[in-house]
Ligand binder design. Structure first.
Ligand code: NAP
Length: 217
């Protein structure tokens, strides 16, 4: 698995930063579950959470266990053979990037006051407000996330949707972590520009380990 220190200006890095630091205010000693730890966001988020000093659990399949352990994950759940909701308890934060079933199940591992942050939906009314959406769109997004928001409330937890925004200051901080060797971007495959379509198909297949890069040179 190649590590490329120059692949540092990462939307995955920003997504992980905005979820764990800006939204969750993750702190040393807290526990975070990062779903799909072998993916683009997951590989970054595991390292960032460990840098903060959190205990990190992650889900992946057997073939990627060594990868996520090398990134610092403390507890690795092979999602094909184990149910994370039976193993993990009293987590402060879950970073979710998978399907609706996993989203709802993730509430079970949170402690009261815990946060479920999803980057794969459903969008919520707060997100709609943050992008200045109309009353109608706010209502639709509120409706889409009504079930998970209500379920979270019943468990004294909080659900929110996060959509990454560009942020130069955060990118600068991420770049420093990469330059200092604290976070190592994981690059799965590099495609030439002419093969962008194949690169997109590879990403969409959902099996990538870390980032997939399209090279312009
Ligand atoms: N809201 C935002 O701003 C934002 C930003 C970035 C990404 N996203 C979204 O977040 C999601 C994740 O993106 P990504 O690029 O990080 O993912 P990705 O790189 O496509 O994730 C691929 C990885 O996920 C693992 N995986 C697949 N199914 C899994 C499961 N059921 N449990 C645990 N791991 C599983 C795969 O491991 P195995 O091969 O071992 O199964 C693979 O290594 C996507 O839906 C993407 O669109 C949103």
């Amino acid at each position: 698995m190649p590590w490329r220190s120059n692949q540092k200006h990462s939307p995955f890095g920003l997504t992980a930063w905005q979820a764990l630091i800006e939204r969750a205010h993750l702190k040393k000693g807290q526990k975070v579950l990062i779903h799909a730890g072998s993916g683009g966001v997951g590989t970054f988020a595991i390292q960032l959470a460990k840098h903060i000093g959190a205990t990190v659990a992650t889900t992946t399949s057997a073939g990627n266990v060594d990868l996520v352990r090398n990134l610092g994950a403390d507890i690795v759940i092979d999602y094909k053979n184990e149910d994370f909701a039976h193993v993990l308890r009293d987590y402060d934060v879950v970073l979710h990037s998978l399907d609706k079933v996993t989203l709802e199940k993730s509430l079970r591992v949170l402690k009261p006051g815990g946060q479920l942050i999803s980057i794969s939906g459903p969008p919520d009314a707060a997100f709609a407000r943050s992008i200045g959406a109309s009353w109608l769109v706010r209502t639709i997004m509120g409706f889409l996330s009504y079930r998970i928001t209500a379920k979270a409330k019943r468990r004294q937890a909080k659900y929110s949707f996060l959509f990454m925004r560009a942020n130069g200051d955060q990118l600068t901080e991420i770049s420093s972590l990469v330059d200092d060797g604290i976070i190592r971007p994981v690059v799965d495959r590099v495609f030439p520009f002419a093969s962008t379509k194949e690169a997109m198909a590879y990403v969409e297949a959902g099996r990538a380990k870390g980032k997939v890069v399209v090279s312009l040179r």
